[in-house]
Design a protein around this ligand. Structure first.
Ligand code: S3P
Length: 429
């Protein structure tokens, strides 16, 4: 598809779609709780609709009237064996959290997804679950999907030192731990997004966190809740970048989630000299949100590493774009996890931004970006990765010569089906 190029003066309000991580979890905890959970501002995008369909297949009644989603949970014991394999599409969160839920609930199932899912590492979840007694196997004895889960009997609690910083792995172990015998203790490598922990408390469960240590016991009962999903800061990130980089721009992003485990991008923008104001703060079900107001800013290079990385892991493609327009050099390191996302995001970001004229080097665990560079037209691809596709459209707004043709643009529907329509609202010719 041909992208918009050479746009300044971006002005207007956007209500970014619901948070993807929280939307997945609201269906999952709604299904595992007793009673009805009502969800407002649920993300109706491929990934979360896949989770919704998966739980319907597991015997949970879920209704969507276009306004609210209602999940009629029957408790941990209420899931039923599916009548065929479960398709998780492109969603790492769906497959990994389901592994914890299904092994804990002793539900035999086969989980499969698209070609990206079939390449993503699953041992990170399989190994701790197997330590708990789970029977779970990848294709031809590998760690890769399709995954086959068999009834393994009741799981036993473990104490686990996580070798990677991953909220998906942490959440899968917690979900198994909620159904295991004894107390499960997890030591995180770095603190990652804590939506699972917040939601357990919200649903009346108990989970203890102290620094990077998490403790959860089995045999708990959860109760259905009313959930309002905040806007997704990972989706807002594309408009934050557009507002900072396009000349003479001011964009208001309404009700964006600002859970501190997710706001690394706001810290980095400040570090780079950018302007983002917060207004109208509120908190729903333990999750803080606020309006974000972004204005055109002069940026300078920075270093991004260490414990900041998990707090902005999904925003690195668009942060790399910011760095191409910042004075000086930006170094991103400790981010090797980017290689095992929907695509290898280190290689994808470097290759596609280079085509547009950026000076950007991939490294073993990140990127080195030299700014500030003018961007020009080229044929680029999302590699089927939603965040690469959206980043490239924001990059194209800065292109002043030639055209930008994006292959696999439809990938944006994984997390933000209305992305191009929302961007169009900001463009004033
Ligand atoms: C997510 C965790 C992160 C993130 C993904 C969503 C979650 O993945 O990149 O988009 O909802 O738990 P990892 O756990 O692999 O870091």
């Amino acid at each position: 598809m041909k992208l918009w190029i050479n746009k300044q003066n971006l002005q207007g309000n956007i209500q970014v779609p619901g948070d993807k991580s929280i939307s997945h979890r609201s269906i999952m905890f709604g299904a595992l709780a007793n009673g009805t959970t009502t969800i407002t501002h649920f993300l109706r995008a491929d990934d979360c609709l896949g989770t919704l369909a998966a739980f319907q297949k597991l015997g949970v009644k879920i209704e969507d009237d276009g306004e609210k989603v209602k999940v009629h949970g029957k408790g941990f014991a209420g899931l039923e064996a599916p009548d065929g394999p479960i398709d998780v599409g492109n969603s790492g969160t769906t497959i990994r959290l389901l592994m914890g839920i299904l092994t804990g609930a002793r539900i035999p199932a086969v989980l499969f997804g698209d070609s990206s899912i079939a390449r993503r590492p699953m041992n990170r979840v399989m190994l701790p679950l197997k330590e708990m007694g789970a029977s779970i196997a990848g294709k031809d004895d590998s760690e890769f999907a399709p995954l086959t889960i068999r009834d393994n009997g009741k799981l036993q609690a473990i104490t686990y030192d996580m070798p990677v910083a991953s909220a998906q792995v942490k959440s899968a172990i917690i979900l198994a731990g909620l159904q295991a015998e004894g107390e499960t203790v997890i030591h995180e490598l770095e603190k990652t997004r804590d939506h699972t922990e917040q939601m357990i408390r919200q649903f009346g469960g108990t989970i203890q966190t102290e620094g990077k240590t998490i403790r959860v016991t089995g045999n708990q009962t959860l109760t259905g809740q009313t959930i309002t999903v905040p806007g997704d800061i990972s989706s807002a990130a594309f408009f934050l970048a557009a507002g900072l980089l396009a000349e003479n721009s001011e964009i208001h992003l309404e009700n964006v989630g600002i859970n501190p485990t997710r706001t690394g991008i706001l810290d980095v923008i400040e570090q780079m000299g950018g302007s983002v104001e917060q207004a109208n703060p509120s908190t729903h079900q333990g999750e803080p949100s606020a309006d974000l107001i972004v204005r055109t800013s002069e940026l300078h290079g920075t270093e991004i590493s260490g414990s900041l990385i998990p707090r902005l892991i999904d925003e690195i493609p668009v942060i790399a774009l910011l760095a191409t327009q910042a004075e000086g050099t930006t170094v991103i390191k400790d981010a090797a996890e980017l290689k095992v996302k929907e695509t290898n995001r280190i290689d994808a970001v470097a290759a596609e931004l280079t085509k547009l004229g950026a000076r950007i080097e991939p490294t073993e665990d990140g990127l080195i970006i030299h700014g500030k560079t003018a961007l020009h037209g080229a044929n680029v691809t999302s590699y089927g990765d939603h965040r690469i596709g959206m980043m490239l459209q924001i990059a194209a707004l800065l292109v002043t010569s030639g055209e930008v043709e994006l292959d696999k643009a439809e990938a944006v529907s994984v997390s933000y089906p209305a992305f191009f329509a929302d961007l169009e609202k900001l463009i004033h010719q």
